[in-house]
Design a protein around this ligand. Structure first.
Ligand SMILES: C[S@@+](CC[C@H](N)C(=O)[O-])C[C@H]1O[C@@H](n2cnc3c(N)ncnc32)[C@H](O)[C@@H]1O
Length: 241
């Protein structure tokens, strides 16, 4: 195979939080396959990249990945699997033609990113490929920095979970760990905030919306946030100590 595939973390939104390596490799790759969560929607990862790297001469393929739950150890939803398969086929065509392909992804590729699913699909179908993962600044670190607080110190135990877990699992995790990062909170605030209140954790929680972006917002009164619509880029940190 002549081309190489790169999954590139582009950080949480502030273009200055892109790494030098991410910039160099995006400059080098002839093709960018950019993910979008809406049919014909814009790619946030692409918007971040275009602040820093010129798209002149790049072939930009925007690919739709349905935002549906993936349960580890279970078959993915057929629509989700189809999107991964189609992306893998598109990438393979480009690599075969000798072009390097970049897959820019929000934050860090190792954290709830489509990039790894695409990578696994690609390698599962075409084993002799060369793939490289480029880490990025995650929204987790960016949100803690925006809130001006650590995630864990000393012997604290930190856990990261999607807030879309059912309440039973959330309660278990919230009671067991010292520091909990809740991602994907935007649609579940209506049940999450009462749960935090019931567990006496409301005053330990901070909501960070669009961390590192110019519209960044920090909210410590979560009851207030329930009454408004949140952006998908919203994370809650619960720190007990
Ligand atoms: C699919 S996950 C992607 C995480 C990403 N790979 C990372 O490392 O940050 C999407 C979730 O990340 C969080 N997120 C992403 N960007 C964010 C930002 N700028 N500020 C706050 N939370 C963000 C939100 O919880 C969002 O629902």
């Amino acid at each position: 195979m002549k081309g190489k595939f790169y999954v590139i973390g582009v950080g949480p939104g502030d273009p200055e939080l892109m790494t030098l390596k991410a910039v160099r490799l995006l400059e080098k790759c002839q093709v960018w396959l950019t993910p979008t969560g809406r049919k014909n929607g814009e790619s946030t990862a692409l918007a971040i990249v275009e602040n820093v790297v010129s798209n002149a001469g790049k072939e930009i393929l925007t690919h739709y990945f349905p935002m549906k739950k993936v349960h580890m150890g279970q078959e993915p939803d057929p629509e989700v699997k189809e999107a991964w398969d189609q992306a893998a086929a598109l990438i393979f065509e480009q690599l075969k033609a000798g072009r390097d392909v970049a897959f820019p992804t929000l934050g860090d590729p190792a954290i709830y990113s489509t990039g790894f699913y695409v990578c696994e699909t690609l390698l599962g179908q075409y084993a002799d490929l060369t793939v490289e993962i480029i880490p990025g600044v995650s929204a987790i670190g960016a949100s803690a920095a925006a809130a001006g607080q650590p995630l864990c110190q000393g012997d604290d135990r930190l856990v990261v979970i999607p807030a879309t877990f059912e309440n039973g699992r959330l309660r278990e995790v919230l009671s067991q760990f010292d520091s909990v990062v809740l991602m994907k909170v935007h649609r579940v605030m209506g049940r999450l905030v009462p749960l935090l209140e019931e567990m006496n954790l409301l005053d330990k929680a901070v909501l960070v919306e669009r961390s590192s972006q110019s519209s960044q917002r920090i909210t410590r009164n979560l009851q207030e946030a329930v009454r408004r619509e949140l952006h998908y880029f919203s994370t809650i940190i619960v720190r007990k100590s």
